[in-house]
Design a protein around this ligand. Sequence first.
Ligand code: PBG
Length: 325
Amino acid sequence: MTRRPRRNRKNQTIRNWTQESFLRPQNLIAPLFLLDAEKEEVAIDSLPGCFRHGLSNTLKNIEEHLALGVNSFVLFPVVPENKKDKTGSYSYNPDNFYLKQAAAIKERFPEVVLMSDVALDPYSTDGHDGIVQDGEILNDETLPVLNKMAVAQAQAGFDIIGPSDMMDGRIGTIREALDEANFTNASIMSYCAKYASAFYGPFRDALDSAPKAGDKKTYQMDWSNRREALIEGELDTQEGADFLMVKPALAYLDVIADLKANFEVPIAAYNVSGEYAMLHAAAEKGWLDLEKTMVESLGAIHRAGASIILTYFAKKYARWFKENH
Ligand code: PBG
């Protein structure tokens, strides 16, 4: 045998030389759930270790992330039921606590990067990402609300606008609306290939945002499909997306690799709530090692081609990284 691949695995130093991918905490985005309350903290049963936080706890939490090298956050609002309506009008109301808390975070920590969520579901009495009429989820009619929401978010100081509804024409019209309002510097991360997935369950518990009727299959992608993601990628890049995201991540590594191979913009992946919850559940039973499976999962998502990973593990990964490097 002239070729023995094991020679390149013979000790830790050689293994370090040959390591092909390396995920740093700087490449992680931590999702945070915001509550319209001071100091409040509400645990999320299906997302162990994650909380819905009022502003002061959110600031504390951000500080802990910063100390570990994570400085990017995607914010999601827990909207009180009495603020919801058919058209999600609270989303661009200047009194919206989500916008005010984002501004407060930027004021306290100007160095953080904040990403928003642009979709109707947290604000809608129907729990759908678009306006519902006679059981149909409307595409074009939802656009003006999304435009107003995106501009209000840029105004509040969000660095990255995150349209997450998977309907058509979002990136182009939002880009135009942002530019018209002089927010040419606000980036757009498109939820480019977001699948109608059963792995979002815990997130919908966290926000109380599950659809009241039906499912999201007329707008989110069918998980059987791979090539369709390239159509989405082409449209979104043409429309001006700065980043393309794949969601969920672990069951969609092929899609991450495809987008990486076909588009020049950086690729992000969302390691979603169900992916986080399942490792925790197995670890709780003593069936898996949480830390090791976390490191391997995030590393695999990175290896597949995602340079940016949205994950509830951000703080835990960063702590592991600090202890081991
Ligand atoms: C909704 C949205 C969802 C997630 C992020 N934004 C849920 C959905 O599409 O129903 C899920 C994130 C997760 O599961 O961690 N716009």
